[in-house]
Design a protein around this ligand. Structure first.
Ligand code: 13P
Length: 248
């Protein structure tokens, strides 16, 4: 059985004043059935992990592919582990777009996350132009094959399907669109890693998930949770999503 997961990605938002949101999440959802993860900006990981104890996991939004070295401004997975991160998002579409990260870069970062003993949350997703031209499953298949190294298991990897056109736009993929892609991802994983291993890998949906649409999304085939941007910034909103996931 795959444990459901509610993951929040704060992106480039938040200062120490926002750590009170973690106190509220622990108070109201510290005993959630689902695994709860928040990925704040790197500057907040240490303080948040100290505050969150074991009931809420804290992760990072990116890491460098090397463990150490002359890479000014970068942070390695080992360093993130050192300050209390247990997970690292790799291949988010904003990093692919803003920093030109290729599938090969994402695979190297994912391997670095594993080498540090952390869990990678590998993101994939098509653009609107790719969907409109009927390329969605080709794009997803290629990203999946190229972004995940051999050796993925449910213990070291979570996959997030985030259609680029649904991120921060208020436009959510339909249940039919989500089911089609998630079923496809599960089948591709089974073909590559074997049905048994594929069955342990959690698949999150991301893109304008809110308390109001969460229940419908969580009832969708092969959806094991969500990767949430805007609605993870406030404990009240994210709490509504956690509650919907626990009830699914
Ligand atoms: P929104 O929930 O703000 O659409 O962001 C989704 C996302 O990119 C999470 O990684």
């Amino acid at each position: 059985m795959r444990r459901k997961m509610a993951a929040g990605n704060w992106k480039m938002n938040g200062t120490r004043a926002n750590l009170v949101e973690i106190d509220a999440l622990i108070r109201d959802h510290g005993a959630a059935k689902s695994e709860v993860l928040i990925c704040p900006p790197a500057t907040l990981i240490h303080a948040m992990s100290g505050r969150a104890d074991a009931r809420i996991a804290v992760g990072a939004q990116d890491c460098h592919m090397s463990a150490a070295g002359a890479h000014t401004g970068d942070v390695s997975a080992e360093m993130l582990a050192d300050v209390g991160a247990s997970h690292v998002i790799t291949g988010h579409s904003e990093r692919r777009a803003d920093h030109g990260e290729s599938d090969a870069d994402v695979a190297a970062k994912t391997a670095a996350v594993w080498a540090a003993g952390l869990v990678a949350i590998v993101c994939i997703g098509e653009t609107l132009a790719q969907r409109k031209s009927g390329d969605t499953l080709n794009v997803i298949g290629a990203q999946l094959a190229g972004s995940i190294p051999d050796g993925a298991t449910g213990a070291n990897t979570v996959i997030a399907y985030e259609p680029v056109w649904a991120i921060g736009t208020g436009e959510v993929a339909t249940v039919g669109q989500i089911a089609e892609v998630h079923d496809f991802i599960r089948a591709e994983l089974a073909a590559r890693f074997g049905a048994k291993a594929a069955d342990t890998l959690r698949l999150l949906y991301g893109g304008s998930v809110k308390p109001a649409n969460a229940a419908e999304i969580f009832a969708t085939s092969n959806v094991d949770g969500a990767l949430v941007g805007g609605a993870s910034l406030k404990a009240a909103d994210f709490g509504g999503i956690i509650a919907a996931l626990d009830a699914a």
